[in-house]
Design a protein around this ligand. Structure first.
Ligand code: ZN
Ligand code: ZN
Length: 216
């Protein structure tokens, strides 16, 4: 699928490219109405490239399955963003309408609408907090020190606004263990790794002992 993103409009346009995609989209537009949702059913690995690319699985009316796999590398980056949007922010995509591109039927979708101004959004973070960037910029911000997460961060500690969900400063680049230690230390939350039954501070302590031990 060729995917055209428009961050300003808050839309994605899916243009069929691969065999079978035109048929699925043509069938879909006959049964789906504007405002109806394509439900996110999870993702799988796109094995055509070494990088971590996803394929997104969606379901429309009458249980119609739409499998979203990018045609080019650029499209695959968009599919990854769509996965994050669905996973963190919207749980699916909202169908806006169909358009004709060349001789093909394409569909236009969005992720979510801003709760304050109603703007369509495709950014996962904005959608998670139902607040667009323009409204977040006008937010009076009420920061609390808390756990945050994201596509590349399982957990970290940051000052984030409980109204718009934006963090006060960009997250520091640090290792997974450093992030977990910060969550333990700053918030007093207990973390135990399932595989080893150790806590982050125990892991850090063991690593320190191993590094200090004489090498013989
Ligand atoms: Zn807004
Ligand atoms: Zn805010």
């Amino acid at each position: 699928m060729k995917i055209v993103s428009d961050v300003k409009l808050g839309t994605y346009t899916f243009v069929p490219k691969e065999k079978g995609e035109q048929e699925i989209l043509s069938t879909l537009v006959k049964s789906i109405k504007p405002g109806e949702k394509l439900k996110y059913e999870g993702c799988s690995q796109d094995n055509r490239e070494k990088k971590d690319f996803r394929i997104v699985h969606l379901t429309g009316p009458n249980n119609l399955k739409l499998i979203l796999a990018g045609s080019t590398r650029e499209d695959r980056f968009d599919v990854n963003n769509i996965r994050n949007l669905c996973f963190f922010g919207s749980g699916g995509l909202i169908f806006l309408g169909a358009i004709t591109v060349g001789d093909k039927t394409a569909i236009v979708v969005t992720g979510k609408y801003c709760k304050l101004c109603g703007a369509a959004m495709i950014d996962w973070g904005a959608s998670e907090w139902s607040t667009c960037d323009a409204c977040a910029a006008k937010c009076t911000h009420k920061y609390v020190r808390h756990v945050v997460h994201g596509p590349k961060v399982d957990m970290d500690v940051a000052d984030f606004c409980t109204i718009c969900g934006r963090t006060k400063t960009k997250l520091k680049q640090r290792s997974r263990l450093e992030r977990h230690l910060a969550v333990e230390r700053e918030l007093g939350l207990s973390i135990v790794y399932k595989d080893t039954m150790l806590t982050p501070s125990q892991v850090a302590h063991i690593r320190k002992m191993a590094a200090a031990a004489p090498n013989n």
